[in-house]
Design a protein around this ligand. Structure first.
Ligand SMILES: [Zn+2]
Length: 768
């Protein structure tokens, strides 16, 4: 008895009052000019976990820079004590092949609605980490009836940031610039080590550790019915955006999922309006096309997005009513309309305001999940049934591939997305009667993006992101819809075939181990020992240009180099003023970004002095000397314009000054034909698809390495005005002195997924 009392006392002591956010952080959450440090956010959640039986906190991964990624599981204490059981219910409802409708019936009654809330993936959108801190505290301490309903019906997985490196990058930059003219600016570096703002475009290719942790440890294990991703938008649009989404909706999204997003988003908007929040927009700005932004919607769950109007990080702003945006896609922020019923009157706007809207939205989303619990579990199960009952033919991937490395990586990518692949001696097969066949189909088929105009006969309406996501075209893997006739002869590949993605990893390993590499000038194949006609190639000394205006493509290029084992150095504007570049490097790479970023960078007075300006005139002379003395300068996509303006090579793109009514390729896969006599094309097929984002194209000359065909240029996505680029060049190799300037009218290393054209880029890197 005495022992039992003692034990009870200890338990009560252990469950002391959870600390208030204010006591932990030393200021009220959302106070002007205060941002949070990640370590303190983590320790706060751990303190909540120690002091409440309604919350459990665990680390589920590490970020690119090694910071812990944490999730708080919040629910009723009895639910948290039985989490394994609820996870098993989720697993069984997610796969109707192992659960008959009769078996599912009691699970609808017993199960919980699992809602994953992911905060601050875009680190300058600072508010939601704050919201997560305060909301978690309130949810476990307040006796509000709605909170009781949430705890009873939902399992909340709250990730206070899924980009913790970014939290610290932004907080530290903010503190450094606080009280200066640059207070509230974005940091002059990517806020995720490699891919910055593209980190929410990584959800099918899954290149980054953060993506793999969230998908692998939370989404694939918990099968959430809702993933609510919390963002911020510009200051002058609506105060908060919620679904429904704009058209187009990717055709492989199950209509049950699409209707669910309409329902939850509209209910949240209704709820916030009832609570007095003004300036709520629905059905605007954001379409629902690219799976790179919507993993869960292809896995039977809803993707809810909210976008709050921003302040200047934690610095308040004033937004006069007449400055509110009248041109936002879908509504006029100064006018009432069915999807924007109450305009916000304008005025002072602070971090605290954003948090207030977000907390109301968190509560509403979780409450909708609670009151619709059973019907949402039924809908979730039905989406899986629709998938497993499909009878259409599957996809077949012949074993005979020219690039076994890319084939394996494509299958690994699908596997990470829970696509089941079977194999026979001839082929891999992906059946359509499996739970996530819609996801597989979206990634394996060609996209036909609808021709959507701003008004009938008007200009094309810009897609929110890109329009193509066909992995076989990106990876250079042949795929077919029929199991018969694998006619491809099994190619006899050299050990280090130039066709094979793996060879490029292998040669870097050989170099790193101190070995030597030869290359056959005809086939392009590599060898560790010289064969007849082989030429020794030396490891390229690569300079990668880094401007102070962060370029996501620069980050992707770094990722690519590291993934394949290339060694590189980053060079900034100041490095070009040192007259020894030609001695230090063989190759210089200028990633995709506007020529003005290289030229002028941040203008004086907009950022601290060290980060302003571009490459100087002396720097331009040094680039020229570098090439003339035998170096290779590679310009990717938009930066080719810099080569034209400052090095006088190439000609203006034929797409320059053409209105988008006459030419438009907003992230599409286009067909080109290579000149296989050219050394840049070694290890590549004659016909291939390249990634175009309004990419430049040039009059075809003797320097042309890749050309668009006469017609049928679009391979996947959306293209208007193919006649503008028909027969024009997409890749130029221009001699200057003893060196080369290579202009890519494409993104050859697009978001870490265009394995086919990686090889074009790597050939250019070895081209010295
Ligand atoms: Zn965002």
């Amino acid at each position: 008895m005495r022992a039992a009392l003692l034990l009870l006392a200890t338990t009560l002591a252990a469950l002391g009052a959870p600390p208030t956010p204010e006591s932990w952080f030393g200021h009220k959450i959302g106070a002007d000019r205060e941002l949070l440090d990640w370590a303190k956010v983590v320790s706060y959640f751990e303190a909540l976990g120690r002091n409440s039986d309604k919350i459990r906190v665990s680390e589920f991964g590490r970020s690119a820079e090694g910071r812990p990624m944490i999730v708080a599981m919040i629910s009723a204490p009895e639910t948290l004590r039985d989490l394994d059981r609820y996870r098993e219910i989720q697993r069984r409802l997610a796969d109707p092949r192992i659960t008959t409708p009769e078996q599912a019936e009691p699970l609808f009654a017993q199960g919980k609605n699992v809602v994953l809330i992911t905060c601050s993936i875009h680190a300058t959108e600072v508010a939601s980490t704050h919201t997560a801190v305060e909301f978690a505290y309130r949810l476990i301490t307040e006796q509000k009836p709605r909170f009781q309903s949430i705890l009873a019906n939902d399992i909340v997985l709250l990730a206070p940031s899924i980009n913790p490196d970014g939290v610290d990058i932004v907080t530290q930059w903010y503190r450094r610039t606080l009280g200066t003219p640059f207070e509230g600016t974005s940091p002059p570096e990517l806020y995720q080590k490699y891919i910055g703002h593209d980190n929410n475009r990584d959800w099918y290719i899954m290149t980054q550790p953060e993506t793999r942790a969230v998908v692998g440890e939370l989404q694939n294990k918990w099968h959430p019915q809702i993933v609510y991703d919390v963002h911020q938008q510009e200051a002058t649009a609506s105060r908060l955006f919620l679904p429904p989404w704009l058209d187009p909706i990717e055709p492989n999204v199950d209509p049950i999922v699409a209707q669910g997003m309409n329902m939850i988003g509209t209910s949240m908007a209704s709820d916030l309006t009832s609570a007095g929040f003004k300036g709520i927009s629905i059905h605007s700005t954001y379409d629902f096309w690219s799976p790179s932004r919507a993993y869960q919607a292809f896995h039977a769950g809803l993707r809810i997005l909210s976008e709050s109007a921003s302040a200047k990080l934690a610095t308040p702003i004033d937004v006069p009513f007449e400055k509110l945006d009248r041109q936002t896609l879908g509504y006029d922020a100064q006018q009432s309309s069915w999807n924007f019923l109450e305009p916000w009157p304008g005025g002072h706007w602070t971090l605290r305001n954003i948090i207030d809207y977000q907390e109301a939205a968190f509560e509403s989303c979780l409450y909708q999940a609670a009151i619709h619990r059973e019907e949402m579990l039924r809908a979730f199960y039905q989406v899986g049934r629709n998938a497993v009952n499909r009878t259409e033919p599957g996809f077949y991937i012949p074993m005979n591939q020219r690039d076994p490395g890319a084939t394996r990586r494509m299958l690994e990518t699908l596997n990470m997305g829970q696509v089941e692949v079977t194999s026979s001696p001839d082929a891999y097969a992906i059946a359509m009667n499996q739970p996530y066949s819609n996801y597989a189909k979206a990634l394996l088929e060609r996209q036909q993006y609808p021709d959507i105009r701003e008004y009938p006969g008007g200009p094309p309406r810009r897609p929110y992101d890109v329009t193509a996501h066909t992995l076989p075209l990106l990876f250079g893997v042949s795929v077919q819809r029929s199991p018969v006739a694998f006619l491809l002869d099994r190619p006899v590949l050299a050990a280090l075939s130039a066709f094979n993605t793996d060879s490029w990893v292998a040669i870097n390993k050989i170099w790193s181990a101190g070995g030597r590499v030869w290359r056959n000038p005809e086939s392009g194949d590599f060898a560790e020992r010289a064969g007849q006609n082989d030429v020794e190639i030396t490891r390229p000394r690569i300079a990668l240009y880094r401007s102070w205006k962060p370029s996501i493509d620069e980050g992707w290029t770094r990722w690519l180099f590291e993934e394949f084992g290339f060694v590189y150095q980053r060079v900034t504007n100041q490095d070009f003023d040192k007259p020894d570049l030609h001695a230090r490097f063989d190759v210089m790479v200028f990633p995709d970004q506007p020529a003005a970023d290289l030229d002028t960078g941040y203008k004086k007075g907009t950022m601290p002095g060290a980060y302003t300006g571009g490459i100087s005139e002396a720097g331009v002379r040094e680039i020229r000397r570098f090439v003339e003395s035998g170096g290779t300068a590679i310009f990717l996509n938009r930066s080719t314009d810099y080569a034209l303006r400052h090095l006088g090579v190439g000609s203006a793109s034929v797409t320059d000054n053409i209105p988008n009514t006459e030419f438009y390729s907003p992230g599409s896969l286009l067909n080109v034909e290579l000149d296989l006599r050219h050394p840049l094309t070694r290890g590549l097929p004659k016909y291939l698809t390249i990634w175009s984002e309004q990419s430049p194209a040039w009059e075809a000359t003797a320097n042309s390495v890749a050309r668009y065909p006469e017609n049928e240029i679009l391979a996947s996505g959306w293209l208007l005005g193919e006649n503008v680029i028909a027969r024009k060049s997409a890749l130029l190799d221009i001699m200057l002195g003893k060196g080369h300037i290579i202009l890519f009218g494409m993104r050859p290393q697009y978001r870490g997924q265009s394995y086919l054209t990686f090889k074009l880029f790597f050939n250019a890197v070895l081209y010295h």
